[in-house]
Design a protein around this ligand. Structure first.
Ligand SMILES: CC(=O)SCCNC(=O)CCNC(=O)[C@H](O)C(C)(C)COP(=O)(O)OP(=O)(O)OC[C@H]1O[C@@H](n2cnc3c(N)ncnc32)[C@H](O)[C@@H]1OP(=O)(O)O
Ligand SMILES: O=CC(=O)O
Ligand SMILES: [Mg+2]
Length: 523
């Protein structure tokens, strides 16, 4: 059986779904898919061990990698030396132009947390990237506003984030099997745009999400080697920054860098998925691993400090960039809210720059200047802080695991907020939009995962709220209906999201990712 495309073929889709791209997808699938599925199974086995009383920790079998002082990752590639401000966002046409023009050094072109893997987004996003790279992109809004790219030297470097290892792609089959969304996004970009990026003096660069172990990093590295050999481009051409955004990966940062060292462009502290993963991994272990209301878990609580400090030290010891995470505040039309949002983003970036991060993320073009100004002050004339080795940092496994030291309470307002955010986000996601502003915050797949996972854990732990009510299936269902009634428009619009929400927030069997059942509801 061959490689089959079952999704509709719209105008120009043949430029992305080329024979060569499909051939590469076939090769990657046949060589790597069994390993991918086995690694996903391994994730489940680890959660079961933890549920039975086990614990995460640094690995004995990889001690030699951590103890060898001599290895380093590859030197930074062109366009990735100075990464003081990185903007993230989906790859629709208007946002592609806005992000590239934003003044950020890097644009994380997102096919992951900020994207719904609707077929039209999967292929259409790649077309927009191709047009951006060939400088042929433009856009006119319904109101007649025209968008074009600024001159080359003012544009951000493109770094594409493919889907995580867990998501399938149902519109491309190999030998009758669904393919991996991660490998599809990777291969489509590499074949359509990789050489063009090299011709422009940069390269095919990626951000790799949601990995849980160094073995998953090895799988990516093997995909890179296979793809480079297939295309006849030198090994090490592809570069990848790995998001350390799962609890297990925090114990394998050094090993992840090592596996990818020839292709590595550093690590990023993906705080939102990290928080989701903490809840998910220890969800049945009672109060010691229970977090309070989502909005009260800041980056300065002990386990978050431990994780980010260790990340900077690990990266800089190995010559790799350490990139900070996303403050979810976005500009608001309300001046008081706006002032607070900017103050919070500034404080967040100031902490990161002071800790030694080489740059950080913003969710909105309006935040680029704030982040740049803060990093400018700390970097001076240097493009990064790779020389700041942070030898003062010593982080133990116990510090990484100290979730219990997080202050804060679980309130009914927090529960209602989680319900409303999750339902509103799922509604947008099912309609094809993967990032939205809700209650003055950026919400995406990672933040929605926190909301629904907290509810699952609070119900599991029968938490008593500040109002004296206990979190039960009945209470969550009742509050969901109350919160949906407050939303604008026809309540019928929220029905599919309500059903998906209840499935992922209170069903006895915990769904590994909310996007998995949601994807099955999509065409
Ligand atoms: C946990 C994580 O993984 S974080 C990374 C993943 N998440 C993201 O990337 C989210 C990125 N941010 C966004 O998608 C958006 O900022 C949103 C959805 C939160 C808010 O977007 P909007 O509601 O359009 O905000 P707003 O109306 O203030 O936008 C003003 C302008 O900025 C543009 N804009 C806003 N955010 C972005 C962005 N991230 N990239 C490019 N352009 C952007 C808008 O398109 C709009 O353009 P226009 O004036 O030309 O029409
Ligand atoms: O991808 C980033 C995160 O915080 O999650
Ligand atoms: Mg994430």
């Amino acid at each position: 059986m061959a490689v089959e495309v079952t999704g509709p073929l719209h105008e120009r889709y043949d430029e992305i779904l080329s024979e060569r791209a499909l051939e590469l997808i076939g090769l990657l699938h046949r060589e790597l898919n069994q390993r991918r599925l086995a690694l996903l199974e391994r994730r489940r086995a680890r959660v079961e061990e933890i549920a039975a009383g086990g614990s995460l920790g640094f690995l004995a079998e990889t001690a030699a990698v951590r103890e060898d002082p001599d290895w380093r990752v590859a030197a930074p590639a062109p366009g990735l030396v100075d990464r003081r401000v990185e903007i993230t966002g989906p790859t629709d046409r208007k946002m592609t132009i806005n992000a590239l023009n934003s003044g950020a050094k890097v644009w994380l072109a997102d096919h992951e947390d900020a994207n719904t893997p609707l077929w039209e987004n999967v292929v259409g996003g790649q077309l927009n990237l191709l047009d951006a790279i060939t400088r042929s992109i433009d856009f006119t809004s319904e109101a007649g506003k025209a968008y074009t790219l600024k001159p080359d030297d003012e544009l951000a470097t493109i770094v594409v984030r493919p889907r995580g290892w867990h998501l399938p792609e149902k519109h491309i089959l190999v030998d009758g099997e669904r393919t991996s969304g991660a490998l599809v996004d990777f291969a489509l970009y590499l074949v359509a745009s990789g050489q063009r990026q090299l011709d422009r003096g940069q390269g095919p660069y990626f951000y790799l999400p949601k990995m849980e172990s160094h073995l998953e990093a090895r799988l990516w590295n093997d995909a890179f080697v296979l793809a480079q050999d297939f295309l006849g481009i030198p090994r090490g051409t592809i570069r990848a920054t790995v998001l350390i955004e799962t609890f297990p990966a925090a114990f394998e940062m050094e090993e992840i860098l090592y596996e990818l060292r020839e292709h590595s462009a550093g690590l990023n502290a993906g705080r939102w998925d990290f928080m989701f993963s903490v809840i998910k991994t220890y969800r049945t272990r009672g109060a010691d691993f229970q977090l309070p209301d989502r909005n009260s878990v800041t980056m300065t609580v002990p386990f978050m400090r431990a994780y980010t400090e260790l990340l900077v030290r690990t990266c800089h010891q190995r010559g790799a960039h350490a990139i900070g995470g996303m403050a979810a505040f976005i500009p608001s039309k309300d001046p008081a809210v706006n002032e607070q949002a900017f103050a919070k983003v500034e404080a967040d970036k100031r902490r990161e720059a002071g800790d030694g991060f080489d740059g950080s993320w913003v969710a909105h073009p309006g935040m680029v200047d704030t982040c740049r100004r803060v990093f400018d002050e700390v970097l001076g004339d240097e493009p990064n802080q790779l020389g700041k080795l942070r030898e003062d940092v010593q982080v133990t496994a116990d510090q990484l695991l100290d979730v219990a030291a997080t202050p804060g309470e679980v309130t009914e307002a927090g529960l209602r907020n989680n319900i409303s955010v999750a339902v509103q986000y799922l509604t947008a996601w099912l309609e094809g939009t993967g990032a939205v502003g809700i209650f003055n915050l950026m919400e995406d797949a990672a933040t929605a995962e926190i909301s629904r996972s907290q509810i699952w854990q609070w119900r599991q732990n029968a938490v008593v709220l500040d109002t004296g009510r206990t979190v039960t299936t009945e209470l969550v269902t009742e509050l969901a209906d109350e919160e949906i009634a407050k939303l604008d428009g026809d309540p019928a619009r929220y029905q599919a999201a309500r059903e998906t929400f209840l499935e992922v927030a209170i069903a006895d069997e915990y769904a590994d990712f909310l996007t998995l059942p949601a994807y099955e509801r999509m065409p």
